[in-house]
Design a protein around this ligand. Structure first.
Ligand code: NAD
Ligand code: KPL
Length: 305
């Protein structure tokens, strides 16, 4: 089986992973959106990763979904709302025994992908690393963090995990990946929408603690009812700890909204509300928060799904 890493999406995380794998001598191929993007990439001559103000360029080969050849190992590095349509385009090239690693934040997109490719192993990731695009094909590694990988359907560690360590990508295999993803989703739900609605940095929420606490309490109750009690443990305390630790930062959702970009709300607060409905759990605070956020996004001409 080929050990080439195909990486779909040359945005922030895709570039961060592609450059580190290429630097470690691993075979990497980028999958870009269309022939125009491929041509622009070829003119740029590669991806640039900036780390501690040191820029390095990597001439990683690239193709589009319509190129030929089977794909055995795919890292999906697009936004949650793009993952399922991207897989639909690539499906004819995915090898029977192939593996797909899904880097998307939130929950719901992983199942949308897995339903399309039931014969392939889908590995979910939760990343606390931070990167952002400075320019086309140029990404800054902004925050060191960690990556947890796991497969809710199969606890066996993939044989290629060592390759990530060789590439200095901090990674650990976990059998509790859903707990990790739910915990991060809950933190994102308790903080990010309120920063948009109150138009503030994370620290601005210290002026709205009763609202933050009521939402955290409802999220914790939902996690208990949907079989994720560990993700609920001391959630209120962690929400406040994160607000204080990141007080000068703008949340990722705030930054998306400010830049006029589509948010991943459907896979964050939207997923929490849909899960509550499926389990028959009443979550009036979350429902109201969702409605306020949807209204706010629509007023800005942004989609809410
Ligand atoms: P991004 O917008 O920077 O990059 C996504 C890239 O995917 C874009 O270049 C886009 O053109 C490309 N893309 C979309 N559809 C495609 C297709 N069909 N074929 C080829 N390319 C396609 O996004 P990002 O910030 O890297 O985020 C990716 C995921 O990782 C998100 O779910 C995000 O929440 C999560 N995440 C990001 C960070 C971060 O620091 N950036 C940290 C943790 C988690
Ligand atoms: O992860 C975050 C984000 O901005 O998306 C924080 C603010 C740390 C938690 O919601």
């Amino acid at each position: 089986m080929s050990s080439t890493w195909h990486i779909l999406g040359a945005g922030s995380l895709g570039t961060l992973w592609a450059c580190r794998l290429a630097r470690a001598g691993k075979a990497v191929r980028l999958i870009l959106r269309d022939p125009q993007r491929l041509q622009a990439y070829q003119q740029a001559g590669g991806l640039t990763l900036v780390e501690q103000d040191q820029a390095s360029k990597y001439a990683i080969p690239a193709e589009t979904a319509e190129s030929r050849g089977p794909i055995h190992r795919l890292l999906v590095a697009c936004k949650a709302y793009d993952a399922a349509p991207a897989i639909a385009r690539l499906a004819p090239r995915l090898a029977q025994e192939g593996e797909v690693v899904l880097l998307q934040n939130g929950l719901g997109s992983q199942d949308e992908v897995a339903e399309q490719i039931p014969h392939l192993r889908c590995i979910f990731a939760s990343s606390t690393e931070g990167a952002f695009r400075e320019d086309d094909w140029r990404v800054r590694f902004a925050g060191h963090g960690f990556n947890w990988l796991g497969d809710p359907a199969n606890p066996a560690t993939p044989e290629w995990l060592e390759e990530l360590h060789d590439a200095s990508i901090p990674t650990e295999w976990t059998v509790d990946i859903l707990t990790r993803l739910w915990r991060k989703l809950a933190l994102n739900c308790a903080i990010n929408p309120l920063t948009v609605l109150h138009d503030c940095q994370n620290g601005g929420l210290l002026g709205h603690l009763p609202e933050v606490d009521a939402i955290s309490a409802e999220l914790a109750r939902l996690l208990h009812c949907c079989g994720q009690p560990e993700a609920a443990e001391n959630l209120d305390e962690e929400v406040q700890r994160v607000i204080v630790a990141t007080s000068a930062n703008y949340s990722s959702m705030y930054q998306d909204v400010r830049a006029g970009r589509r948010t991943e709300v459907h896979y964050l607060l939207g997923h929490a509300c849909r899960t509550a409905e499926r389990h028959g759990v009443e979550v009036p605070q979350l429902e109201q928060l969702h409605q306020r956020l949807v209204k706010n996004l629509h007023a800005r001409g942004l989609p809410s799904a």
